[in-house]
Design a protein around this ligand. Structure first.
Ligand SMILES: CC(C)=CCC[C@@H](C)[C@H]1CC[C@@]2(C)C3=C(CC[C@]12C)[C@@]1(C)CC[C@H](O)C(C)(C)[C@@H]1CC3
Length: 729
């Protein structure tokens, strides 16, 4: 029973929800009428996502051996694939600062949120409120923060929950304890200012003049990290124009509810830098405070109107290009919602670009047992499909005819998802033909590791005799472009030689972090070298060069440089810090896999030995491994009390690929994985697997299938099958 049920919060009829997908992987939830629902049964994937049948029926065979357990897992996982797209849709949730964008954009523009969505968004927030104090944090499992609590309180109120509802009363009490909404970080202040719940003079400046500087200026915003630039481009337009919506009775009421003082008594301009202590992850530098001080004076006394108009016009043009490059999705939900508001301001409710962008926001909403929320991105389609294919091949499952169609569908999805058009000239985007995104082709952004992993998955299928029927579906020449993109993404200038970053090369100095205005995230200003992205790039490049001749020498050189980077990135204790998964177990697996591909093993490489010894030292008494979000935040390994299946799988995979000599250590990990497997063949959610910007946890629901399958498969390859006593918990 969920908290929302205890409180009697209205719920929709789950049997009426359908997940509609497209061949390009777009996902939209639709709520049918009872009659339509009867004619159009829910598919397995949707039932699974909504937890409609639980506990699920046991797999037909009780596994007596590890290979049978593997087969049950594979059967379960292939059963929840979405057939139309060939992907594994999932509620890619965690961050608690995304829904505000959709709700503010809807309120601001007068667009009505459909009733079932409204109800389920309320349910989700009720179910994720902190069990003790009723607030919300930066992510679902976080302590309550001013940002999380203010944003989600406002969302609930805009969605129609009464201020007297116990959930609101409790949350408000926590908000007051945190000092009220005045302590919101920069983005929070911006959302409030748009809603006329905060004065723009109390928001630190985000000047659009930066975007009209010549690109040659080394700190030009188009050299920043793609997300930060997209957010500040749209938010800058809104902030400099001091856009706000009309004050409605509800907003007037909210002005009273969220501050600890009467609204008119607050001196907003003296609270530009007020950030609640609990929220502060990345405090301002003196440089940023000084620049902000000058900017405020400049905006007030110096800035000529023509310059503001000129730079906002430029910002608007760039935003339109961004929308066209991303099929109106924008790179991610935060920038997407700010941009939709800009388009509304420029074009009005009937504007075609506004309408398209607003419509696309529904593809970020995802329904689940707790309710509906806006996800971190419009999905994780490509990334998960790459790993699904690879793990089925490595564990020998791909040979079994019963998984043939699943692999065909995922392969065809990857083929459809490769970029085949370039971005609009002048939009400061790199060449993308040949590359792959993290989510969908329509989202339009190349990701380094996604490109390499997709290339590898495609090649594995193309090299396989079982899939000759697919060989004509892909022209291998299309990988020439992929190779060009990947090679072009390696950092070979003055920054972090040999490494790979996330979306682009590093284009500006990390000193820019000194002007990071976001307060709640670290490392967001520029691209950084990521060991996992570097590892994946190595894996893709090596696999390609083993079977193809194109740019062979360039690839060898790139791999050599990348491997040198990976070795250099190892910490003294043998660990690697993972930026996108939690944490050292994640990066350890990737690094050990990359090193194994150049022949480095426990026996012959000091780096590998240290890497393995670091991991084995953290093995828990139950045989597995588990790491907490604290590790990502504090940059030191923090173990969970009992093991987690996904992280145990990461370590098992790493150790197996490193040819770690002690079979017993690995076997104990594997036993844990097998013990946690359910009778249905699946594994259940245990803890968030992913992270970003050091402070925000995010779920990767497919990891609990992909990595155990790979771990069991690799174990069987090395040591052979064995009988098991308990296959279910
Ligand atoms: C602080 C900001 C700007 C918030 C918006 C959220 C995005 C920045 C996040 C949500 C999902 C996210 C973590 C993601 C990534 C970057 C940052 C994202 C897009 C990437 C693509 C970086 C490279 C990684 O190896 C991997 C592919 C796993 C992830 C996927 C998700």
């Amino acid at each position: 029973m969920y908290y929302s049920d205890k409180l009697g919060i209205p719920k929709t009829d789950f049997s009426r929800w359908r997940l509609r997908t497209s061949e390009l992987g777009a996902q939209r939830w639709e709520y049918l009428s009872t009659e339509a629902s009867q004619k159009d049964p829910q598919n397995e994937c949707t039932k699974y996502l909504l937890n409609e049948i639980f506990p699920r029926p046991a797999a037909p065979t009780v596994p007596n051996t590890a290979s049978q357990a593997l087969d049950n897992a594979a059967t379960f996982f292939s059963g929840i694939q979405d057939h139309k797209s060939g992907t594994w849709p999932n509620q890619y949730k965690g961050p608690m600062f995304m829904s505000i964008g959709y709700v503010v954009a809807s309120y601001f523009t007068g667009m009505e949120i459909p009733e079932p969505t409204r109800k389920e968004m309320i349910r989700y927030l009720v179910n994720t409120a902190h069990p003790v104090d009723g607030g919300w944090g930066l992510h679902e499992k976080d302590k309550s923060t001013c940002f999380g609590t203010t944003m989600n309180y406002v969302v609930l109120r805009l969605l129609g929950l009464s201020d007297e509802h116990p959930v609101c009363v409790k949350a408000r009490k926590t908000l007051m304890r945190l000092g009220g909404a005045i302590g919101c970080p920069h983005w929070g202040k911006m959302w409030l200012a748009l809603l006329n719940l905060y004065k723009w003079e109390g928001v630190n400046p985000a000047p659009t003049e930066m975007f009209v500087l010549p690109y040659a200026v080394p700190i030009h915003p188009m050299r920043w990290w793609v997300h930060t630039r997209a957010i500040y481009l749209a938010a800058g337009y809104l902030a400099t124009s001091k856009i706000k919506c009309e004050l409605t009775p509800l907003l007037e009421q909210l002005r009273i509810e969220i501050f600890s003082k009467p609204f008119d008594m607050i001196n907003f301009s003296s609270n530009r830098n007020t950030v609640c202590g609990v929220d502060l992850y990345y405090p301002h530098s003196t440089l940023l405070n000084t620049l902000n001080w000058f900017m405020v004076k400049y905006e007030k006394f110096v800035r000529p109107k023509w310059l503001l108009d000129y730079s906002n016009k430029k910002a608007y043009e760039l935003l339109l290009m961004e929308m066209k490059n991303t099929s109106y999705l924008s790179i991610a939900p935060v920038s997407g919602a700010f941009t939709a508001i800009v388009l509304f301001v420029e074009q009005g409710a009937l504007g075609k670009d506004f309408k398209r962008s607003y419509d696309r926001m529904s593809e970020e909403l995802f329904m689940g047992p707790l309710g509906m929320t806006v996800m971190g991105t419009n999905g994780s389609q490509t990334w998960d499909s790459c790993f699904a294919i690879q793990s089925f091949f490595i564990s020998g499952l791909a040979k079994k005819p019963k998984y043939h169609d699943m692999i065909v569908r995922a392969f065809e999805f990857l083929v459809r998802s490769q970029f085949d058009t370039e971005c609009i000239p002048g939009s400061f985007r790199d060449k993308r033909i040949g590359a792959w995104p993290f989510s969908t082709k329509e989202q339009g952004y190349t990701v380094t590791d996604c490109t390499s992993e997709a290339m590898k998955a495609i090649l594995i299928v193309m090299n396989s005799n079982e899939f000759v029927d697919l060989h004509e579906k892909f022209d291998m020449k299309k990988l020439y472009d992929s190779i060009d993109v990947v090679l072009g993404l390696q950092n070979v200038g003055s920054f972090e030689f040999g490494s790979f970053a996330s979306y682009e090369c590093i284009k500006a100095t990390p000193l820019l972090e000194l002007i990071n205005p976001a307060e709640v995230f670290g490392n967001i200003m520029v691209e950084y070298p990521y060991v996992e992205c570097t590892d994946s790039s190595v894996l893709g490049l090596i696999y390609y060069s083993k079977c193809q001749k194109y740019r062979h020498d360039d690839i060898q050189l790139a791999v050599k440089r990348a491997i040198e980077y990976i070795m250099k990135a190892q910490n003294d204790d043998g660990s690697w810090y993972g930026s996108w998964g939690i944490c050292y177990t994640y990066a350890g697996m990737f690094a050990l896999e990359a090193l194994s591909q150049v022949g480095q093993s426990y026996e012959n490489s000091e780096v590998v030995r240290k890497g393995c010894d670091f991991l084995t030292a953290w093995q828990l008494n139950d045989g597995g491994w588990g790491e907490t979000m604290g590790a990502s935040e504090t940059h030191s390994y923090i173990s969970s009390r009992s093991s987690l299946v996904v992280q145990t799988s990461w370590v098992v995979i790493g150790l197996l690929l490193a040819e770690y000599p002690d079979q017993q250590v690995i076997r104990r990990g594997l036993d844990l994985i097998l013990r946690r497997q359910q009778k249905s063949g699946e594994w259940l959610y245990e803890s968030d697997e992913g992270v970003f910007n050091h402070s925000c946890a995010i779920e990767y629901p497919n990891y609990k299938f992909i990595f155990p399958i790979k771990a069991i498969g690799l174990y069987l390859n090395r040591y052979g099958d064995f009988s098991i006593l308990h296959a279910s918990s």
